[in-house]
Design a protein around this ligand. Structure first.
Ligand code: URA
Ligand code: SF4
Length: 207
């Protein structure tokens, strides 16, 4: 219960945030959504046009692909928590700038501590670079390291970090879609490993 309240407060704080210039052009900040007790979190880059309009993460074409990949591994969108490393839309969907990631990432850190997932999946290079470097790993190329399973600690809890491609990259590229599907197979195996019982994934906590 406690973590649900903290998460809801955090979402309100993000909606009112003016800590970086991205607040000026947004329609809505996009804090994230999902199960506050999820055992798995998906972390993308930044909201796009549809997300900015709706105030919800991954609701455009890349979002539909992400939702279908989540369903293909036996979960529902409501079982997991979905967010981004930057919570407001960069103009014309440009890459987030390092200063913007610095300003916004403390929200992500707090969300992770609140949810305490056992598995974190980073989607694409920005969230992967942020979380790997924060945990003492070096990062060069998402295409080189996608699908690997990294062990990290968050508040002394063991968490598996699994980087994969951003679903937008796979939308019009069948080869990359195959890569993404293979990585989701690995994610499914990890979920089984940490939860023990596949049927209960995301619905309650086992540890
Ligand atoms: N791309 C992202 O990285 N995040 C979203 O929420 C939507 C598209
Ligand atoms: Fe605040 Fe993050 Fe939005 Fe910048 S991107 S205004 S830091 S919520």
């Amino acid at each position: 219960m406690r973590n649900c309240q903290v998460l809801a407060e955090l979402e309100k704080e993000i909606k009112a945030c003016t800590k970086c210039p991205l607040h000026a052009n947004r329609k809505n900040a996009v804090p994230g959504e999902g199960n506050p007790k999820a055992i798995i979190m998906f972390i993308g880059e930044a909201p796009g046009r549809n997300e900015d309009i709706e105030g919800r993460p991954f609701v455009g074409a890349a979002g539909r692909l992400l939702t279908s990949l989540i369903e293909q591994i036996g979960l529902k969108r409501e079982d997991v928590y979905i967010t981004n490393v930057v919570k407001c839309r960069p103009p014309n969907n440009r890459d987030p700038k390092p200063d913007e990631i610095d300003a916004c990432s403390p929200y992500l850190d707090r969300q992770i501590k609140c949810i305490t997932p056992r598995i974190i999946v980073t989607l694409g290079r920005h969230s992967t670079k942020y979380l790997l470097e924060k945990n003492g790993y070096s990062f060069r190329s998402i295409l080189k390291i996608h699908g690997r399973i990294y062990s990290i600690k968050i508040d002394s809890l063991d968490v598996k970090l699994i980087p994969t491609l951003h679903p937008a990259a796979a939308l019009y590229n069948p080869r990359l879609l195959e890569v993404l599907k293979e990585d989701f197979g690995k994610i499914k195996n990890q979920i089984k490993e940490v939860s023990g019982k596949k049927e209960k994934i995301g619905l309650e906590r086992f540890f």
